[in-house]
Structure formats: structure tokens, C-alpha cells
Write a protein that binds this ligand. Structure first.
Ligand code: NAP
Length: 281
């Protein structure tokens, strides 16, 4: 029931009407008995700054921000967490009662959550990781892996200059490679993460020699529509442990919920089942 005290949070992006976040957050709110609601704020035009700037003061507690506004979300904020700064983007804005806006990036935490959940034997510090792609999602993943103790992260991208920009920004444990040299990085990788948009329904397939990875390598795809991308299917056929993008989405929502509603979401609710049902409908 909506009351005079209902705490409001939401998600904005373009497009956002098919976002699974309202399903996750509202299920958690109901299960925890919190007087709160989480809604989508679709932006058809270019009004991101007007929307987010207009929420200063905390009448709406916070926003998740998705494509294509994550970099602009960081730029708009007054304060930012270290990981948001390193990621160069924010997927969370928190509106303080004092008028200030705090930016955070929980995508990297979501990535690590997904590995803990679906590949619990993998240890980030045990060896090199490979991130395929050099967009915003890739940069966030590299920042999180470096912060969590990965000894080396290779950023492999079709456009080498974009991979080099990430390596320049994130320090000497990060190396950049063009896509046609992916094999060099894959041969000793403990984890391979697809952070390109290839694999999305209707997009081209990513062509990398996954068979060059050691048998124990964990393979992850950030794309979750479809849940089993051609990339994950290739990894599974090779016998590799796989991690999917839906688990990352759930993992980024957990600290987002905490920002907005002041407590961890309940753990005894099958939000993955709810999200899977929504993905199929
Ligand atoms: P982006 O900034 O548009 O970057 C896209 C990247 O994909 C670029 O590096 C691009 O290479 C590469 N790419 C696209 N098509 C390719 C192809 N056919 N072959 C090789 N490389 C290709 O996108 P983003 O924001 O980083 O997001 C990337 C993906 O992650 C999206 O699908 C997004 O939905 C997903 N994501 C998922 C989560 C989650 O919670 N599961 C969170 C964040 C993002 P060039 O640089 O050469 O163009």
C-alpha cells in the first residue's frame, strides 16, 4: 500500500520500460515489509540532467541509471565513491536531504557477486582475467577486478585505442590487446568476461578462440537476453564453468537497494526465478 511516508526510488535510461529492476526491488520491498516503491522513469529525449538535477533534495531517494546515461550520472554528482570514479561511470545516484547527489557504481560488485554465486571456487587473486570489450561495462569490470586483487587484467577489444584508454586510466596491472590477439591472453586466463554487446539478441556473434583457455577457466557473459548467449553456449560445450549476466544484474541491485532503502534486501526470496519468468514473458 502506498502511504504518505512511502519512500520512492527508481531507474532511468533509454530504453528502460523493459528493465527487470522494478521487479527485483518491489519484490524485495514487499518481502521485507518496507513502505517503499521502485518505479521506472523512461527518458525518450535528452532530459537526463533535468530529471536527475530536479530530484535534488531527496524527495525521491535514489535512482539506478542505465544506458546511455551512466557517464553523465557521474558527471552530474557532487560526490562519488572511489569505484564510481575508477569506473568512469555511475549506475546509482543517491539524493541527500542536503541537496547533494552521491554517485556510486555497483556493477562491479554485481560482477563479483555473480562469480561468487555461480563459480564459488574461482578466486580473483589466483590469476589473470580477460575482459572482452572496452565500453562502459568493460571499464567498470576492469576497475572492480583490479580493486579486488586481480594480478593482471587484459582488455581485448575490436578498437584497440579504447582498450588502451582503459589500461592508461587503471594502472599497470591492466594491458590492452586487439581482438585478433585474444588467444595470447586467453591461454592463461582464470576468468574471461564478455563485456561487449555482441551476443545480445539480434546482434553479431563474438568470435574468440575460447578453446585456448585452460579447463578451469570460468567464462562469464554480461548479456542476459538471451540468458544463454552463443558465447556461453560455446563455453559450456567446452566444459567450462559459466556465469550469466542475470546474476550480475541481481548482484548490482543488492547494494543499490541498500542505498535507497537503508538495509540489505531479504535473502529468502527467489528474485532470480521472478526475473527469469519476466524474461520469458
Ligand atoms: P558499449 O559502451 O556500447 O560497448 C560495447 C563494446 O562491445 C565495445 O567495446 C565494442 O567494440 C564491442 N562490440 C560490439 N559489437 C561487437 C562485435 N560484433 N565484435 C566485437 N566487439 C563488439 O556498451 P556497454 O555499456 O559497455 O555494455 C556492454 C554490454 O554489457 C551490453 O550488452 C550491456 O547490456 C551489458 N551490461 C550488462 C550488465 C548486467 O548487469 N548484466 C551491466 C552493464 C552492462 P568497439 O569499441 O570496437 O566498438
Amino acid at each position: 500500500m502506498i502511504t504518505g511516508k512511502t519512500v520512492v526510488a527508481g531507474v532511468t535510461g533509454r530504453p528502460v520500460t523493459h528493465s527487470l529492476s522494478p521487479i527485483l526491488h518491489n519484490a524485495w520491498l514487499a518481502a521485507a515489509g518496507i513502505d517503499g516503491v521502485y518505479v521506472a522513469f523512461p527518458l525518450e529525449g535528452d532530459g537526463f540532467e533535468a530529471l536527475a538535477g530536479g530530484l535534488r533534495g531527496g524527495v525521491v531517494r535514489g535512482l539506478n541509471v542505465t544506458l546511455p546515461f551512466k557517464e553523465r550520472a557521474l558527471a552530474l554528482a557532487d560526490d562519488a565513491t572511489d569505484i564510481a570514479r575508477l569506473s568512469g561511470a555511475a549506475n546509482v545516484l543517491v539524493f541527500g536531504a542536503d541537496g547533494r547527489i552521491l554517485a556510486d557504481n555497483t556493477d562491479g560488485a554485481g560482477l563479483l557477486w555473480a562469480f561468487r554465486s555461480q563459480a564459488p571456487d574461482w578466486n580473483v587473486a589466483s590469476g589473470p582475467a580477460v575482459v572482452l570489450g572496452a565500453g562502459g561495462a568493460a571499464r567498470g569490470a576492469v576497475a572492480a577486478l583490479v580493486a579486488a586483487g586481480a594480478p593482471r587484467v587484459s582488455v581485448v577489444n575490436r578498437t584497440l585505442a579504447r582498450a588502451e584508454a582503459i589500461a592508461d586510466a587503471l594502472g599497470d596491472r591492466v594491458v590492452a590487446l586487439p581482438l585478433d590477439r585474444a588467444r595470447d591472453a586467453l591461454s592463461d586466463a582464470t576468468a574471461v568476461i564478455n563485456a561487449t554487446s555482441a551476443g545480445l539478441s539480434g546482434q553479431g556473434k563474438l568470435d574468440v578462440p575460447l578453446e585456448a583457455t585452460p579447463a578451469a577457466t570460468v567464462v562469464m557473459d554480461m548479456v542476459y537476453k538471451p540468458l544463454e548467449t552463443p558465447f556461453l553456449a560455446q563455453a559450456r560445450a567446452l566444459g567450462r564453468t559459466t556465469v550469466d549476466g542475470l546474476e550480475m544484474l541481481i548482484g548490482q541491485a543488492v547494494p543499490s537497494f541498500e542505498h535507497f532503502f537503508g538495509q540489505r534486501p531479504p535473502t529468502d526470496l527467489d528474485v532470480r526465478g521472478l526475473a527469469l519468468k519476466a524474461l520469458k514473458s
